[in-house]
Structure formats: C-alpha cells, structure tokens
Design a binder for this molecule. Structure first.
Ligand SMILES: C[S@@+](CC[C@H](N)C(=O)[O-])C[C@H]1O[C@@H](n2cnc3c(N)ncnc32)[C@H](O)[C@@H]1O
Length: 413
C-alpha cells in the first residue's frame, strides 16, 4: 500500500477513517479532562499534550484537524467543568496546558500556526481558568522527541502527558519511543495510528513459512506476502492482526487497546491507545461504545478478548448494542471465573487492574453483570452491600457468594 501524502497547501481531503479517529480523539480527550478534574478539592490541573504529526489543522472541507480539536476541547472543558463546579458550590479549577505541535514539513507548521491562531487568541482573550502554552516545532518526530521531552521537563509538565501520534503509514514511531514515553511519566498516554503494513514489521516477514504457519493458527490462509492486501477484508485476519499487535506491545506493561478503525471494505488502519492506569483504559473503552462502529474487534466479547479458537468462536465486535448484549452474557460466566483465579474476594481496583487489558467491555456492562450474578456480591468499605451497578466504586470489595452456581463449581470451563 502506498503511503498517503497530505497536500495541505492545496487543501487536504479528510477521509472517512480520519473522521472516525477525530471523533474518538475529541470525545476521549474531553472525557479524560472531566475524569481527571473531578476531585472537589482540586484547584489546578497540569497537562502536556504533544501532537507529534500535527498537520496543518484544517482540511479542505473546513473540518478541524487534530491541533484545533485539542485546543477546542481544552477550551470547552475549562468552561463546562467550571460551570458545573460553580453550580455545586465548589472552587474553580485552573487548567494549565502545554501543547506541542510538531510536523516534519516546515510549511505545514506555518499553515498550522495560522489556522490555530484564532482559537489561541480566543483562549488568551476570553477563556477563564485556562492557560495554554503552545509550542511549534518542525522536525521528524523521532528526531524531535528528545527536545520535546526536555521541554516537558523544563516547563514542569511532567506528570500528565498525552501523545497523539498520527503518523502516515507505519514506520515513523519507534517502539522504543512508545516504551520511553510510557516509562518516563507518572500518568502517560499515547494514541497511535498506523497502517496495516506495520503488522508485517512485527511478523517474521523474511520467513514466509513461519508467517503462514502463524497466520494459519488464526484461520487465515496466506501464501505470499502479496496476499496481505486480499486478506484485509477477512475478519479472521482482523483477529490475527489484533492478537499480533497486542503481543508485540505486551512487554510494555501498560493497558493496550489493539483495535482497528472499522472499515468493512478493508481493515487498514489501527488506532491504538496505551496507558499505564486501568482507569484510562476504562474511559477509552466507554468512549468506543459511545462511537459504536468506529472501531472493530474480532474475538470474544467478555474478559478474555483474544483467547478464542478461530475454528469454534470469534465474532466481530463493533461496540454496538447487540455486541453489548453478547458481552453481558459472556461476562456472567467470565467474572466469577476470573475472581476464582484471584481467590474469593478482591478490591474492585485490583480486579479492574487484572482484567482491563483483556476486555473491550463497557464499564456499565461489567458492573451490571456483577450485580446480576447470584455468584457475586459487592461490599462497600463500610461493610454494606452494593445493589445498584452504577454505584460500584474502586474501593469496594468483590466477593464470590457462598451459594455459587453448581455448574460453574462442578464443571469449570
Ligand atoms: C495523518 S497527517 C496528520 C493529521 C493530523 N494529525 C490531523 O488529525 O488532522 C500526518 C502528518 O505527519 C507529517 N509527517 C510525515 N512524516 C513525519 C515525521 N517523520 N515526523 C513528523 N511529521 C511527519 C505529514 O507532513 C502530515 O502532515
């Protein structure tokens, strides 16, 4: 596949996969800020956002690119959070954001500067409770990374750090850089786009026998690497790709969401989300359900999304209502079994930590399956029972009830 080239000077075309990506970015960032700024006693939140492949910020149709999306979300979050806080009688919260916009092409950065100028002026002149320090850079992302890291450090923004790495193609971000980001900050997150060829860099492409053997395990027949293009619409291929990507990033010790951007005419682009904290993955999963059909997962719906036998099971999961019904059925079985593996009781935060890397599920579905299950109970820190799904909190304890279902005890799967 030829790498897509963006002609920003003459007007870049916004394609369908980028629209889906932008919707996820906008809603995820907005929810991220809501969740991270919700403590009643908090009066300041500092964040660094790096848009490493920022483009010129406006498409030919007039739609906003990622730099404008980031600035618009910061502005509306500062407004909305503070209106809600005022209504609750809370003190305002100030958001201090360092935004670093980088693109390899100097002319693109100049266009970006002029396209973001109105929203930056609007923030400077009219936004209360928001300060944005916007820095522009023009370099290959990998070459720019050390100085980006240095800027984050010297400006004192090195706790909450979010990198949006919307590379064209697949080869412009090194795995070691993602690993470095995830190990350099207390609360790092990365949103990474890549095209399907990236998968081949993780596969033993010089050894075609090994490659075919590996894909055959997932029910994908591939005779030569040239057949990959034909495979793109094959759901089993989607499952194989997802599992391979997940395996490639497993060593990072983070929460990795390995889902492709949904496109039935070809699963060509992946939108990966990396975080160190289960809460980030929980928010991300919930946003994908809000954007149902934007991303696609092929495999099991419950807690063990990648452990399925391609000959027996494995379905497309598009984060839609019907998928959620299947997920709840599966979670009814999976959660008691997962809990039995931990022991018979566990704090909810530890349970989330243990399961979130392996599930596409919405947090509401996990909580509903827990409340519905006769095999499970949830106890508050005061020792009382939880009876309503949306009141479950990370500090609660999840327990196996003494009257467990006979079948699950006698015939564990
Ligand atoms: C997919 S476009 C970015 C779109 C933008 N993030 C958005 O959502 O509106 C990718 C951009 O990366 C730039 N680019 C290509 N190679 C690069 C590299 N090695 N480092 C940084 N930028 C690069 C291109 O000039 C292009 O503008």
């Amino acid at each position: 596949m030829v790498e897509k080239v963006y002609n920003w000077e003459d007007g870049a075309v916004l394609d369908e996969h980028s629209k889906r990506k932008h919707k996820v970015l906008r809603e995820y960032l907005s929810e991220y800020l809501r969740v991270r700024c919700q403590h009643p006693n908090q009066e300041r939140f500092r964040i660094a956002i790096v848009d490493g492949f920022c483009g010129a910020a406006r498409y030919s149709c007039g739609a906003a690119g990622s730099p404008i999306i980031i600035l618009e979300v910061l502005k509306s979050a500062a407004e909305e959070l503070n209106i809600a806080r005022r209504d609750q009688g809370l003190r305002p919260i100030q958001i201090d954001a360092l935004v670093i916009l980088n693109d390899a092409i100097p002319g693109v950065v100049e266009l970006c500067k002029s396209n973001v100028a109105p929203i930056l002026a609007e923030i400077k002149d009219n936004a209360t409770n928001l300060a944005v320090d916007c820095q522009f850079l023009s370099n290959d992302f990998e070459a720019a990374y050390p100085s980006i890291k240095q800027t984050i450090q010297t400006r004192g923004h090195n706790s909450n750090v979010l990198f949006n790495l919307d590379q064209c193609g697949h080869s412009k971000v090194q795995l070691r850089t993602i690993s470095d980001i995830l190990s350099s900050y207390p609360a790092p997150e990365v949103i990474l786009t890549f095209a399907i060829q990236a998968l081949l860099t993780f596969l033993p492409k010089t050894d075609k026998d090994e490659l075919s053997k590996r894909l055959r395990q997932f029910g994908v027949q591939i005779k030569t690497l040239d057949d990959v293009e034909e495979c793109l619409t094959n759901k089993a291929w989607l499952g194989a790709a997802e599992r391979t990507v997940f395996d490639a990033f497993r060593g990072f010790g983070s929460f990795t969401s390995p889902f492709s951007i949904n496109n039935p005419s070809g699963y060509r682009y992946w939108l990966l989300h990396f975080a160190k904290n289960f809460r980030a993955r929980q928010v991300y999963n919930d946003i994908l359900h809000q954007n149902s059909s934007s991303q696609a997962h092929f495999g099991r719906p419950g807690l063990n999304m990648l452990s399925y036998d391609p000959d027996q099971e494995g379905l497309l999961y598009l984060f839609e209502d019907d998928d959620r019904k299947r997920a709840i059925d599966q979670l009814h079985d999976d959660i008691p079994r997962a809990l039995a593996n931990f022991g018979d009781a566990i704090e909810m935060s530890d349970f989330y930590h243990g399961v979130y890397n392996h599930t596409p599920s919405h947090s509401d579905d996990i909580h509903q399956a827990i409340i519905d299950s006769p095999e499970l109970s949830v106890v508050t820190p005061n020792g009382g029972p939880r009876r309503v799904a949306n009141t479950i909190r990370p500090g609660d304890v999840l327990k196996l009830t003494p009257q467990r279902n006979f079948f699950s005890v006698l015939f564990p799967k």
